[in-house]
Design a protein around this ligand. Sequence first.
Ligand code: FNR
Length: 219
Amino acid sequence: MAEDARPGPVRILVFGAALRAGSTNARLASLVSKVIAETGAEVDLAKMRDFDMPLYDGDAEASEGLPAGALALCERIKRCDAFVIASPEYNASVPGALKNAIDWVSRVRPQPFKTKHALLVSASPSMIGGNRGLWSLRVPLEHLGTRVYPDMFSLPRAHEAFAEDGRLVHSGSQERLTETICGFMRLVRADVEFVCLQRRWYEFPGDRTDAPVTHRSEE
Ligand code: FNR
C-alpha cells in the first residue's frame, strides 16, 4: 500500500458540555481525552464556552444566518470521525445550553451529526451520576442520525471522584470507563477503516440521505 493511502489515526472530538469553569464534566472530558489518546487516536478537546451562541430564534436565523459559535462547533464535528459528549444532567434531562447548541448546529445543511458515532458520559454529585440526562440526550442525537454507542458511563459523587492525577479514585470505575472507551474506539476504527455499518434510514425531515427509502418523512 502506498504510504499516503494508509488510514491515518481516527480523530475524536471530546466535548465538555457544561459552562461552569470548575465543571466536573470538563474533568471527565479531560480524562476521556487521555484514555482515547492512549489508544493512538487524535483528540480534539472542546468545551461549551468555546462556542458562544444565543438562544435559537428562527427570526434571527432568517435575518442573520447561523451564529459564529454554531458554525465553529459544526466545523469541529465535521472534522472528527466520532465524538464524545460529557454532559451534566439538569432536572433529569439535557442542559438547555447543550440542547440549544445541537438545535443550532442541526440547521446546517448537510447537518454533521448523521455520519458520526458518539459516546455519552456524565458526571454528577448524585448517586446516579447524571445517567437520566444521557438517556434524554440520545433522543435528539439519534433523531439526527448519530450512532450513539449503547454503553454509557455515568460518574456518581463526581465532586469527590477524581484523584490528583485526573484519574478516578475508585479503580473499578476507572476500569469500567477505560473498557467503555476502548469498546467504543474499536467500533469507530472498524467503521472508519472497513465500513462495518451503513445507515439505511433515519427520520430527520430536514435532510436527505442516499437511499430512497429514507425519504418517508417527505412523502
Ligand atoms: C442540577 N444538578 C442535577 N444533578 C443531577 O444528578 N440530577 C439532576 O436532575 C440535576 N438537576 C440540576 C438542575 C440544575 C438547574 C442545576 C444547576 C444542577 C446538579 C448538577 O449535576 C451539578 O451542578 C453538576 O456539578 C453539574 O455539572 P458540572 O458543572 O460539574 O459539570
